[in-house]
Design a protein around this ligand. Structure first.
Ligand SMILES: C[S@@+](CC[C@H](N)C(=O)[O-])C[C@H]1O[C@@H](n2cnc3c(N)ncnc32)[C@H](O)[C@@H]1O
Length: 276
């Protein structure tokens, strides 16, 4: 998209940087406006690790989805904070390993559903797109388009990849994750990746300042705070670790944790233990 393209989709403000479009800019995408490129350039000049962090995060997402589809037998995915379509979107990775896998994409930025409907939902029988806000987990679980795609009485993988850091403590992110978890059946999974602020606290604080001018506030968290999102879940090996280290592919690009500032993991809901 260039600034000479037709008017932006309804509800999209091209003058305020958006989290979805900034991330697209870090990944080298074209779905961004001048305001995003200005803020993104300011960030990348001071923090070149944002580039490697974004790419490492996409590789983490691919590995998680591949594990879920190929090894864990999951056939339904709810991708919250899905971002703008890019290479290897969730349905493409999942369906490569599990043809017919169903994916519901959710984002609160109106530009994402606008693009996703055009580019992702080629097969309405297996993909759905909804504009909804993670801060309203009941609204997500009850959303008609999501319920058309996802049967919550069967195992589902909820992906919250690089999105929970857009919920500040005032948004009660732990309660949000718990509400989603309580809406899932045993055998379901929750995957999270999250910006960590221990490797470079000053530069994450700078990011928080720049994002304060965007459509989404940002809050980095410590390793321990990120681990807390997995409360009530059984961690899949190797647990909650730097995103680059989670089931690393030896033949794929790799950035060490100092260049990829995120922790991630995958947790499984286990059935309640019967009382003896
Ligand atoms: C950094 S991108 C991550 C995209 C994708 N999950 C990935 O990891 O490659 C974060 C996305 O979360 C979305 N987002 C931010 N706050 C959100 C909220 N409260 N509810 C739903 N989506 C949100 C943004 O619009 C953006 O598309």
């Amino acid at each position: 998209m260039s600034d000479h393209t037709p008017a932006p989709p309804t509800g999209v403000d091209p003058h305020t940087p958006s989290a979805a479009r900034l991330y697209d800019f870090y990944l080298g995408g074209k779905d961004n406006y001048a305001a995003d490129r200005d803020a993104g350039t300011e960030l990348l000049e001071r923090i070149p690790e944002l580039h490697s962090t974004a790419h490492a995060n996409r590789y983490f997402l691919r590995r998680v989805v591949r594990y879920l589809a190929a090894e864990a037998g999951v056939r339904q995915f709810l991708d919250i904070g899905s971002g703008l379509p890019t290479q290897d979107n969730v349905h493409q990775v999942a369906q490569r390993h599990a043809p017919g896998a169903r994916v519901a994409y959710v984002d609160n930025d109106p530009i994402v559903p606008a693009h996703a409907r055009a580019l992702l939902a080629g097969d309405p029988a297996t993909t759905a797109v909804a504009e909804a806000d993670l801060r309203d987990p009941a609204g997500i679980l009850d959303h008609p388009e999501i319920r058309r795609m996802i049967d919550f009485t069967r195992p589902v993988a909820v992906l919250m990849i690089a999105v929970l850091h857009f919920l500040t403590d005032d948004d009660h992110p732990y309660e949000v994750v718990a509400a989603l978890r309580d809406g899932l059946c045993p055998g379901s999974y929750i995957a999270v990746s999250h910006l960590e602020n221990e490797t470079s606290p000053e530069r994450v604080a700078f990011m928080e300042q720049v994002y304060a001018r965007s459509s989404a506030t940002l809050q980095g968290r410590s390793h321990a705070e990120i681990r807390r999102f997995f409360t009530g879940l059984e961690a899949v090996e190797p647990g909650v670790v730097p995103i680059s280290e989670w089931r690393r592919d030896p033949d794929k690009p790799y950035w060490p944790p100092e260049q990829a500032w995120g922790d991630g993991g995958l947790g499984r809901l286990t059935p309640p233990t019967p009382k003896s």
